[in-house]
Design a protein around this ligand. Structure first.
Ligand SMILES: [Cu+2]
Length: 344
């Protein structure tokens, strides 16, 4: 019976998978570190280049910027020269009350040396406008050039085609709708901090609203020394008329955030990432709890101690992004709320 989630062998499986992925760079594609972005927000794009060109080192990386992606700024990279090309937009964009008529069409990092047995990351910042349709993927073509060869990650799946069927898919970013219920959650947290309104007596019972969703009592659990992962738990209620999905998020203390489920595989409890997110049907409440659905904080920057709070965000396909704060419970808490632990 699973009692302590963070000691479970499933974690070893997770670590094993990570190792396997990095030990087989030849199988990997060019991808974005964070494959999700929200409309009308600034996105930090980290393109992971998994290898050179079939034995040769890569000296140039080119990225084409598609329509709908504006205010592009590449990050300089030691050992590489970065330059950009610009073009005029067919239809100007409006950004902070100004009209934007032209912008970056291509970023080129050149003069570097990325060996075929090495991996590297190339970073730029951009604004994802609402001309990118929500719940669809925008593809960003990437080309690696080597001495006499090149690798073109430029294949874009046809409608209905599985991107996994492509040999050199352009890396994609899934676009999520801009936050409709703008500001609700900010207000709730504000009032909580300043005591303007009677906050719930137990902060673990805080309710956060975003769009049609109510998120109740996010919590996490103290980690044993050296643990690199932790789970996040909460209840999510959908008061709307249509289904939504928890598709991603972030936590300030974790390098990677994933939405997971645990389920029995024979006699072994295993966890896996929910690739399509966690569905919250209209009128239903889904509980994220130890041994079931949870969000996973991976690559923890520090251990979690009882009484800590952890700030993060959740990203829903329709309701958009919301800020949440997890209350960290004692390791032996067994999921109950320990009223004595909070530092407020
Ligand atoms: Cu997990």
């Amino acid at each position: 019976m699973l009692t302590n989630f963070s000691r479970h062998p499933a974690l070893m499986a997770l670590a094993g998978l990570t190792f396997l992925a990095s030990a087989n760079p030849g199988l990997a594609h060019a991808t974005f570190e964070n494959g999700q972005a929200m409309q009308n927000s600034t996105y930090k794009a980290v393109i992971r280049i998994p290898h050179g060109c079939d034995g040769q080192a890569t000296h140039t990386v080119r990225i084409s910027i598609p329509d709908g992606v504006i205010a592009v700024k590449p990050m300089p990279k030691a050992g590489w020269t970065v330059r950009t090309s610009t073009r005029s937009y067919e239809k100007p964009y409006s950004l902070h009350g100004r009209e934007v008529k032209e912008g970056v069409s291509e970023i080129v990092w050149s003069g570097g040396q990325l060996g075929d047995d090495q991996y590297d990351e190339f970073v730029f910042q951009a604004r994802m406008t609402d001309r990118l349709p929500a719940m669809q993927t925008v593809h960003i073509p990437v080309v690696q050039e080597c001495a006499t060869a090149k690798v073109s990650w430029t294949e874009i799946p046809a409608s209905g085609q599985d991107p996994h069927a492509l040999k050199f898919p352009a890396p994609g970013i899934r676009i999520v709708a801009a936050n409709q219920g703008g500001g609700h959650q900010h207000m709730a947290q504000h009032q909580h901090h300043h005591g303007m309104q009677a906050a719930p007596a137990n902060p673990a019972e805080q309710v956060i609203r975003v769009g049609d969703l109510e998120i109740t009592a996010p919590w996490s659990r103290a980690t044993p020394g050296g643990a690199k992962v932790a789970g996040g738990f909460m209840r999510i209620t959908n008061k709307g008329q249509s289904a939504d999905r928890l598709v991603g998020g972030s936590a300030e203390i974790a390098g990677v955030f994933e939405v997971h489920e645990m389920r029995m595989d024979g006699n072994v409890m295993r966890m896996r990432a929910l690739e399509k997110g966690l569905e919250i049907k209209p009128g239903e409440t889904v509980e994220l709890k130890p041994g079931g659905y949870h969000v996973m904080f991976i690559d923890l920057k520090k251990p979690l101690r009882a009484g800590d709070t952890v700030k993060g965000t959740l990203l829903f396909e329709k309701a958009g992004k919301v800020e949440v704060t997890y209350n960290v419970q004692a390791m032996s808490g067994g999921g109950g709320h320990d009223h004595g632990q909070h530092k407020h």
